[in-house]
Design a protein around this ligand. Structure first.
Ligand code: GAR
Length: 216
């Protein structure tokens, strides 16, 4: 069966891109990366894509007079590559309602918090300051409001006594690398449907166990 064609949008390090590259290296994975697009020429993720033999494009926001022409150029590059699902992976530009609508239910994002808690930046510091006992990451369909949209999946990470921002960020990132390929797989298998602005998932094999923190 044809694999779902992904376009991955990055601005930097690209460790989530790497997780998708690694997942798609398995021919049984139901999606493949057709294009990696960066708005920054020096994004480390571009090197990861090149190493894996994946097509890359640089569409710099600085090269265009305004946001609409920048986003049209990105869309053209993605459509020329035959992209069916756009995955934001550390893409640090806010997208306009036009772009979000154009790719409606074909555009997903990974965010380092358990949304709707902590949208925006500095999520790990804010989680520690707030004193929540669980933090984590979310993959969701993108809507016009920032870090908003039907949630496909989340990974919860317990906050530990004495945690630092860096230690917590590392533990969340490890889960991001599991969650993003899983969310893509579910979509590619046709198991995710948006109904009344909630993502419904069919065919889940088992229900996860509840977890307490503190544990005892
Ligand atoms: C990831 O932690 C991702 O969740 C976050 O940026 C990082 C990118 O890392 N995204 C956002 O904050 C978007 N709101 P990566 O380039 O190594 O994948």
């Amino acid at each position: 069966m044809a694999r779902l064609k992904l376009g991955v949008l990055i601005s930097g390090r690209g460790s989530n891109l790497q997780a998708l590259i690694d997942a798609a290296a398995d021919p049984a994975f139901p999606a493949e990366i057709a294009l990696v697009l960066s708005n920054k020429a020096d994004a480390l993720g571009l090197e990861r894509a090149r190493k894996a033999g994946i097509a890359t494009a640089i569409v710099s926001h600085r090269g265009f007079a305004d946001k609409p022409t920048f986003e049209q150029a990105m869309t053209e590059a993605l459509e020329t590559a035959g992209v069916e699902l756009v995955c934001l992976a550390g893409f640090m530009r806010l997208l306009s309602p036009w772009f979000v609508e154009h790719w409606h239910d074909r555009l997903i994002n990974i965010h380092p918090s358990l949304l709707p808690a902590f949208p925006g930046l500095d999520t790990h510091r804010r989680a520690l300051e707030t004193g929540v006992r669980f933090h984590g990451c979310t993959v969701h369909y993108v809507r016009a409001a920032m870090d908003n949209g039907p949630i496909i999946g989340q990974a919860a990470v317990p906050i530990l006594p004495g945690d630092t921002e860096d230690a917590l960020a590392d533990r969340v990132l490890t889960q991001e690398h599991r969650l993003y390929p899983l969310a893509v797989k579910l979509i590619a298998e046709g198991r995710v449907r948006v109904v009344d602005e909630r993502a419904e998932i069919t065919g889940q094999p088992t229900a996860p166990e509840p977890v307490l923190n503190p544990p005892g």
